[in-house]
Design a protein around this ligand. Structure first.
Ligand SMILES: *Cc1c(COP(=O)(O)O)cnc(C)c1O
Length: 384
């Protein structure tokens, strides 16, 4: 019923066939495969995808044009240094190009952070309802995951600090967090950093930072500029609408960046992807339109769900481009997931992430948000 990123295992003829086959490392077999958001219903019908936090406006027209311009040179390797993209990012954010590392999506940058600074015998901390990739990145390198308790679904700085041991090498914090949408403010991020030993890398995953209001700066780039142990990660997949093209980057102290460059893929993304990302960075209007739409319909959605409180529905306060809806009454998250799917909306039900009672719903176009609320209102009405 739920797609897995991993292809189905090919059938083995007999047990004897595998007796002397290569043996996967035990920590690799401890990884639960990533479960991506769905784009089709069980019967193959295309549905409205509110399951992967993609931009309902698509991407900037300028980015699309730039991408097309690469079509005549598909035989060429891209620039391994990604010099043009780094220069564009540096100019846009007022940071230093030589302190930027990049990857095949920010997912790869998260893997680079784990793989550069942790291994067998080391510990990596993340929060209970954290981004699914942290667990995979941790186990992939043989490190031990240490899960810090949440505080009503939000990041609890005290719980993270209490989980630190002499073996801790990396702490992953997404801000806003996925799948909860919760935000940790500048003071709390500073307190987290101040409480960590200097030899622990704090990775601040800012995949949704462009959705924040202008006065919500968690101070991540400042910390990464001034501290030896902070890495900020960013992506072109979310507000810039380039998820297909797999462009992500990280910013931190030169020693961190130098070490991570040694293990990254030499050619992380294609020429068209790099050109599209540069053009997307230059289209402030598209970003602003996306942010404004998201704020308006996220707030509207939260107010609508608040009216269904007597049926046990509640949203976790979100500053991202999605909302986590909790089902704490008669209506179950699974039944809501099925009803939404039947009505043509794919959302993310998260039993594998300890959230069998929750749906993560991307903020989409107006008509789709109204459609989702109508389905949930029917369910809640029937339950009361
Ligand atoms: C979507 C997301 C990413 C970005 O993934 P890409 O590999 O850049 O597409 C990173 N972190 C979080 C928390 C996310 O939700």
């Amino acid at each position: 019923m739920i797609d897995s990123a991993a292809p189905a295992s090919p059938a083995t003829d007999t047990a004897a066939d595998t007796a002397d086959a290569p043996v996967a490392k035990p920590w690799i077999m401890g990884i639960a495969p990533y479960v991506p958001g769905r784009a089709t219903a069980d019967d193959g019908r295309r549905i409205v995808k509110l399951s992967s936090n993609e931009n309902p406006f698509g991407t900037s027209p300028a980015a699309r044009d730039a991408y097309r311009s690469a079509a005549d040179h598909l035989e060429r390797y891209p620039d391994a240094a990604a010099a043009d993209l780094r220069a564009a990012i540096a100019a846009h954010y007022g940071i230093e190009a030589e302190r930027i590392v990049y990857g095949t999506g920010s997912d790869e940058v998260l893997h680079l952070a784990a793989g550069t600074f942790a291994g067998v015998g080391d510990e990596i901390i993340y929060v209970r309802y954290g981004f699914a990739v942290y667990d995979i990145a941790t186990r992939r390198v043989g490190a031990t995951p240490v899960v810090a308790d949440d505080r009503d679904y939000a990041t609890d700085v005290d719980a993270i600090l209490a989980a630190v041991t002499p073996r801790t090498r990396v702490v992953f914090v997404a801000n806003p967090n996925n799948p909860t949408g919760t935000y940790t403010d500048r003071g709390e991020i500073a307190r987290l950093h101040a409480g960590l030993p200097r030899d622990v890398l704090l990775v601040l995953d800012q995949a949704y930072t462009e959705y924040l209001d202008a006065d919500d700066d968690d101070g991540g780039l400042d910390l990464a500029r001034t501290q030896p142990n902070v890495l900020v990660t960013r992506t072109f997949s979310k507000i810039f609408g380039l998820a297909s093209e797999r462009v992500g980057w990280g910013y931190g102290a030169p020693a961190l960046i130098d070490a991570m460059h040694r293990i990254r893929a030499p050619f992380a993304f294609g020429i068209g992807a790099g050109l599209a990302a540069i053009a997307a960075l230059g289209d402030d209007d598209f970003v602003e339109q996306s942010r404004d739409h998201n704020r308006k319909w996220r707030d509207w959605f939260a107010a609508e769900i608040a009216q269904l409180g007597n049926a046990g529905l509640r949203v976790v306060p979100s500053k991202a481009n999605f909302s986590l809806v909790l089902f704490e009454g008669e209506v179950t998250a699974e039944s809501a997931y099925q009803a939404l799917m039947a009505a043509g909306y794919a959302t993310r039900w998260l039993p594998n992430q300890g959230l069998p009672h929750a749906l993560r719903i991307t903020i989409g176009a107006e008509a789709d948000m109204r459609g989702v609320v109508a389905v949930l209102r029917d369910l809640a009405g029937a339950a009361i």
